[in-house]
Design a protein. Structure first.
Length: 137
């Protein structure tokens, strides 16, 4: 891999130039070089930053809210303050979600009670209902 060492000496622009020229001249060779660059890690910005960014997002969602609790800053006072603040915020979030549930239930009950009151105030006479329901009318 003498060619790879020479290209490494010139850096990423050399690799990108070779890849683009390979795509122009013979696209399977360009594709092979692209895969080689990704696999070997020569394009570190592709290999590390994108994957680690995606992995960090995925791990936060996979582990729930408590994924951020495990990282220590090295400052114990700040870590305690952060843990206490995050715990308080999570408790407040839970209380707020409960409040929203109670609010939705109250709204649903109010709408249902209004429907029942309207139905009670405006009953349909049995004769009118039978006439509208019969197929001959």
């Amino acid at each position: 891999m003498e060619l790879a060492r020479k290209l490494d000496e010139h850096g990423k622009p050399a690799w990108i130039t070779v890849m683009v020229l390979s795509f122009i001249l013979f696209w399977p060779a360009g594709l092979a070089i692209l895969f080689y660059l990704i696999w070997s890690g020569r394009m570190r910005c592709w290999k590390n930053s994108y994957r680690s960014h995606w992995h960090n997002k995925r791990s936060r969602h996979a582990h729930g809210h408590h994924a951020h609790h495990s990282a220590s800053t090295g400052n114990s006072a700040f870590d305690e303050y952060r843990e206490e603040t995050l715990r308080r915020l999570e408790d407040e979030q839970g209380e707020f979600e409960n409040f929203l549930d109670r609010l939705r239930q109250a709204k649903d009950k109010s709408e249902f009670d209004q429907f029942m009151q309207d139905r009670k105030d405006n009953p349909r006479p049995a004769d009118d209902q039978a006439a509208t329901d019969s197929p001959g009318a």
